[in-house]
Design a protein around this ligand. Structure first.
Ligand code: ATP
Ligand code: MG
Length: 444
């Protein structure tokens, strides 16, 4: 799948280059324009998923850029950046259709998160592209695990995929809820139809309603034209309501009505229409307690909870770690193009005894980072970040004594950990020359 494209517009060349560098590192394909007119020319020449424009520029301002893109490329999402003092203008930008604004100086992480969320929310477009390359994506998004707990999950997915009843997926953060939701769609008779993802946590309340239901022209100040909602976009397919626990209570009533009647009405509209959508919802919150504390409607909970899939935390299926780790290892090695051959047994033991509060996502990130940083031919204990090492229980002593070779390697790894992977220093401590150390590491 092509990486999302971003156009950065700022007359301050240094600022533009800096932002471009950060976003390129995140994997986006970034183009820079140093004036509004240049930006419009770029937009005429190619499509951009996102435009990030400075507001105050000579001649052609950020608002002009915004207007131009609204006209020539309504699909493009425009972020406006503004310096202190022009906050009002930024609000004005939003009312003119900018997706978001940021005040300078903004934090790098803030812009990264915003762009990422924005891309996630606009999965609709990307899921259409996806439909054209299903095999590639399926292998990329393979669901790994063969523990009894995961097999139970697969069984439920297989049993309920062809039904139209709502499914509620519950599980801690990083347990694979999104992956399972997608699998439910792909394994269903609706797989050729749209798969629409809505993250209920990232929109402010009023925006979420108009995203979901759409609106008619003039329904509110910046409703400049009729707009289809995501429920309509999902017609015939599946709508995945992610982070449903964060849906505002007022919208919960409206969603319940849709689930009961399949009927929707755009905001400000008079006519209603019927949709044929399969709903899948997910949350990492504990909905039953939210029902008790009246933060989540009981009637909606029961309606969504016709079929429940509980994803186990990774610490409850540690036996899947070798398979998962190998899978992420292969993916990370392919991505880094490094010659790392395997995960050492000691390193695997450490991975398999940690309690992984961030679940499968944390395991994936840990391996990816380790591969990116290592200079070794195998992923060693010394490549594993300190927090994982610290909390991993010591591997239980087996009944057999380790061989001398095992002890030797273990000792070398210990020294390497001590030197933070510095092989030159490690060789000095071990009293061998560097070549010998290389050979020892290679022959494990
Ligand atoms: N069984 C699995 N096999 C392979 N990869 C997995 C598996 N489960 C999760 N992953 C990967 O782990 C990461 C996190 O998964 P996902 O986004 O589905 O989690 P989530 O439960 O939706 O988390 P959150 O509640 O934080 O949104 C993703 O990159 C996903 O591909
Ligand atoms: Mg998720």
């Amino acid at each position: 799948m092509a990486s999302p494209s971003i156009l950065v517009v700022d007359d301050d060349i240094v600022a533009a280059e800096l932002l471009s560098e950060v976003l390129t590192k995140e994997g986006y394909s970034v183009t820079v324009s140093t004036s509004g007119t240049e930006a419009v020319r770029a937009g005429e020449a190619s499509f951009f998923d996102i435009v990030i424009t400075d507001l105050k520029m000579p001649e052609f301002s950020g608002i002009d850029v915004l207007d131009a893109f609204k006209r020539m490329s309504p699909q493009t999402i425009v972020f406006v950046i503004t310096a202190f003092g022009s906050f009002e203008t930024a609000i004005n930008a939003i009312q003119n259709g900018a997706y978001d604004y940021m005040v300078k100086p903004f934090k790098i992480d803030e812009i990264k998160t915003k762009v990422k969320r924005c891309i996630e929310q606009h999965r609709v477009i990307r899921s259409e592209q996806l439909a054209h390359h299903p095999p590639e994506d399926l292998t990329f998004k393979a669901i790994i695990g063969s523990s009894p707990k995961m097999l139970e999950v697969y069984k439920t997915v297989a049993m309920v995929a062809s039904s139209d009843a709502p499914v509620l997926i519950m599980g801690e953060s990083g347990t694979g809820k999104e992956l399972i939701a997608r699998a439910l769609h792909e394994k269903s008779p609706r797989s050729g139809m749209p798969y629409v993802v809505v993250n209920c946590a990232t929109f402010p309340e009023n925006l979420l309603e108009s995203e979901l239901f759409g609106h008619v022209k003039g329904a509110f100040t910046n409703a400049l034209m009729d707009k289809r909602g995501l429920f309509e976009e999902a017609d015939g397919g599946t709508c995945f309501l992610d982070e449903i626990g964060d849906m505002p209570i007022s919208l919960q009533v409206k969603l319940l009505r849709v689930l009961q009647t399949n009927e929707i009405r755009r905001i400000g509209g008079t006519a209603s229409s019927f949709i044929n959508v399969r709903f899948v919802a997910a949350t990492n919150k504990h909905l039953p307690s939210m029902v008790r504390s009246k933060e989540f409607r009981e009637d909606l909970f029961y309606r969504l909870n016709v079929i429940t899939i509980n994803l186990p935390p990774l610490r409850d299926h540690l036996d899947d770690i070798p398979l998962l780790a190998e899978h992420f290892f292969r993916k990370a090695v392919a991505k880094s193009k490094k010659d790392v051959r395997c995960i050492s047994k000691e390193a695997m033991d450490v991975l398999a005894s940690y309690n992984w509060p961030g679940n499968i996502r944390q395991l994936e990130n840990t391996i990816e980072r380790a591969i990116a940083l290592t200079n070794n031919k195998a992923l060693l204990v010394s490549d594993i970040p300190a927090e994982v090492l610290k909390r991993a229980e010591p591997p239980s002593p087996g009944p057999d004594f380790p061989t001398l070779a095992d002890v030797k390697i273990e000792y070398i790894e210990k020294v390497l950990r001590h030197t933070n992977g510095n092989q030159k220093l490690a060789a000095e401590i071990l009293g061998v020359d560097r070549k010998t150390l290389y050979r020892l590491l290679k022959n494990r």
